[in-house]
Design a protein around this ligand. Sequence first.
Ligand code: F6P
Length: 341
Amino acid sequence: MRIGVLTAGGDCPGLNAVIRSVVHRAIDNYGDEVIGFEDGYSGLLDGRYRALDLDAVSGILARGGTILGSARLERDRLREACENASDMIRDFGIDALIPIGGEGTLTAAHMLSEAGLPVVGVPKTIDNDISSTDRTFGFDTAVGVATEAMDRLKTTAESHQRVMVVEVMGRHAGWIALESGMAAGAHGICLPERPFDPAQLVKMVEERFARGKKFAVICVAEGAHPADGTMDYGKGEIDKFGHERFQGIGTALAYELERRLGKEAKPVILGHVQRGGVPTAYDRVLATRFGWHAVEAAHRGEFGNMTALRGTDIVMVPLAQAVTELKTVPGDRMDEAESVF
Ligand code: F6P
């Protein structure tokens, strides 16, 4: 079998572990040939690829980023790929394509599958927002980075009697904010799923100061929005990949709190630090298992599916099912977090 693999969308720790696992399983067990397309779907469209043998993936298990490069795909180019799907299969002699990516990548994978490409998807994203899988790799690493950052910020916040507003990633789903906020004992957590009222945060900080706790850490997801009429904060326009351009809620909220409280409030934007560097052991294991099962699925001819974690098992789920809706934080998980502030 000739297997093509690519990594698309925002990168995330564990991508290299999947590539390595695919190559090992395919070559060691089946004597397959594996090629890697460069920079996501663009490599597929432009015919940029290289052979991936055991040497090519040696030493990459713990390396962050992706050795293949990644890119987001504009919708026009995706349409072009779907129209030329059968030519691409013939030109590259591919028996199976394994795209590793998040919501956008898996939607593209589904479209390519519908257009006739033999596709087995592998979900990834630090946001953990892909439905049909309990977890995506990269999430555990991102939560660890954000938690450590807030642990550190607490000590300096306390020294200076400051409010720290820590902005973490999470466009539509607040999983990183929820779990890192809980793990670090943040005093406030704001998620995209539930508009927040800055007046409640002001009240919380004032009560803490009144109790002699003269600092606070608030964890806010980049996609969080204040409730209508509570604070001046606009919605951004939509970019060419269909994503809202955020206006910087961390900075806006810190400014707002400083103004209302008359106390120093500092924004800390963690940004891409959450996506860089070595994956945790958990993410390496999940990524490795996903790669292994993707190759197995390809050999069983189970195309149009993606790997997913259910409990402790890896199962295959239809791409169509996985891309219908995002997995957002349910209300009861938010309630649990609020009860421990
Ligand atoms: O989808 C993963 C993610 O890291 C989001 O959390 C974030 O909003 C986005 O990617 C950032 O994308 P980019 O790297 O293109 O700025």
